[in-house]
Write a new protein. Structure first.
Length: 205
């Protein structure tokens, strides 16, 4: 698409939007033109929300979920089951599991999965902090709720080997999630059932 932009400012704005994942040049142009049609207050509110998010958002010091405070609302909630940890790949997966309304424990966000092809090893993820949480002795169960991909299974096995010396139950979500699926794209009913019907994990799937 060789656009002939009537304005350098428009071209620059489209270029920035096009850097977002899943946003091509045509979609970026449509979004920028939409914002341009809005009143100044609306556009300023949009820009301010993005800047504030970047400067003020925090990551929970316990589970590494996105938070407004040092400890997220889930970890700070006394009504959650603090003896169960659900291990997920990213923040989107926390949101997906929460949407099922079938899980009342805590989370641990790894920040990715082990992927040698992408140069991501165990030390690039929040695995050591998970081990430290289990070491406290207050955790009864760790649910491995990673995507059912080769990378997800590799990460499951690595965590299993690291935690097998501790007196903690390890389980994996039921394979109602198709092999190769990303957790965040599963429908709420299927994902909810996969959490409820989780099975013991012994290093194999």
């Amino acid at each position: 698409m060789n656009e002939q932009f009537p304005s350098v400012l428009l071209e620059k704005a489209v270029g920035e939007f096009a850097k977002l994942p899943g946003i091509g040049r045509k979609t970026a142009l449509r979004l920028v033109l939409h914002l341009l049609r809005q009143d100044t207050a609306t556009v300023e509110a949009f820009g301010h929300a993005m800047i504030t998010l970047k400067h003020e958002v925090k990551y929970c010091q316990v589970c590494h979920n996105i938070s407004d405070t040092e400890t997220c609302r889930i970890c700070a909630n006394p009504h959650r089951d603090h003896s169960v940890i659900c291990v997920v790949e990213n923040v989107r997966d926390v949101m997906a599991v929460e949407a099922t309304q079938q899980y009342t424990g805590l989370y641990h966000v790894l920040g990715g999965v082990i992927s040698p092809m992408d140069g991501i090893g165990p030390n690039d993820l929040q695995i050591n902090s998970l081990i430290e949480r289990v070491k406290t002795g207050n955790i009864n169960e760790v649910i491995l709720a990673l995507s059912t991909t080769m990378e997800g299974d590799t990460t499951n096995f690595y965590i299993y080997r690291k935690l097998e010396e501790f007196n903690v139950k390890l389980s994996v979500i039921a394979r109602g999630i198709s092999v190769g699926d990303e957790l965040e794209y599963a429908d709420e009913v299927t994902l909810g059932r996969s959490i409820v019907n989780r099975t013991p994990f012994n290093g194999t799937v």
